[in-house]
Design a protein around this ligand. Sequence first.
Ligand SMILES: NC(=O)c1ccc[n+]([C@@H]2O[C@H](COP(=O)([O-])OP(=O)(O)OC[C@H]3O[C@@H](n4cnc5c(N)ncnc54)[C@H](O)[C@@H]3O)[C@@H](O)[C@H]2O)c1
Length: 332
Amino acid sequence: MAKDPVRVLVTGAAGQIGYALVPMIARGVMLGPDQPVLLHMLDIPPAAEALNGVKMELVDAAFPLLKGVVATTDAVEACTGVNVAVMVGGFPRKEGMERKDVMSKNVSIYKSQASALEAHAAPNCKVLVVANPANTNALILKEFAPSIPAKNITCLTRLDHNRALGQISERLNIQVSDVKNVIIWGNHSSTQYPDVSHATIKTPSGQKPVRELVSDDDWLKGEFIKTVQQRGAAIIKARKLSSALSAASAACDHIRDWVLGTPEGTWVSMGVYSDGSYNVPAGLIYSFPVTCRAGEWTIVQGLSVDEFSRKKMDATAEELTEEKALAYSCLS
Ligand SMILES: NC(=O)c1ccc[n+]([C@@H]2O[C@H](COP(=O)([O-])OP(=O)(O)OC[C@H]3O[C@@H](n4cnc5c(N)ncnc54)[C@H](O)[C@@H]3O)[C@@H](O)[C@H]2O)c1
């Protein structure tokens, strides 16, 4: 029997990531090849015409799984009945703008969209914040949508996770699908800590630690970390535009694994509400290694943390604590 359609909201849908993301959702990349979807697309009035163009292209693509499209500039209409919300819309940092000014714009966007989601989304709606500053936007959304369980509000660090897998596979000239269990700790920013301490590689003689096969700790602790941290800037330099297809693909990976589960023995990185695990301050949205079952994520517990990792995990937590304070100062 055909499944009932799932309503998926994409905010900022007329933007670059939106343009790459909506066809992936309509093709079943996010929720599976047998899951019909109803797409809700939100953008702001100056982008209304472009948004309508995206809607026209979705119609023209004749996606069999796509059962309807709502394209609107009204947040209430966009949020009504949605089961999954992917928040890509936000205010970008423009030349000469202070960090606080950008934060202030995004705090007010996420505050009002939190209220629209809280009042109109389907119960148990799963939220993924992509727009930067992603962790702190997600935290503001959580604060202003108190009836949505904190467990349902996450931010995207899967792109960083996938970048780390990609760098290891390039270095060893192996398939990316043979690398697993890297971790992105902390903020989706240049203080994030890409950690391979527990990562492994599938070899003909079983799983082997990444550290052993790379056999170059200087590279792993230096250039590897820096490359992953700075990859967004490198893409902008090369494309003159920020990453879009990889961000859209990572957003699909994030929701797919959250809803359908992570493979046995594999974890992924998600920005989630900290419960104090690994001595990360509670009350931040911080990226942890998680496994997912039956639509729920769980932080992987009991991983050893050496001194090098501890320092890096603390530094990115400190940045998030500062961002949180800055965001709160914008509220008052
Ligand atoms: N977390 C990650 O891994 C990651 C990766 C790449 C990009 N990003 C972030 O994703 C965001 C989107 O990137 P992009 O390249 O698509 O940008 P973009 O500028 O091309 O698109 C953003 C869209 O959001 C819309 N928008 C602005 N305010 C809005 C609001 N209040 N409600 C709804 N829509 C609104 C804009 O009109 C625009 O169409 C940026 O904040 C970017 O920094 C995050």
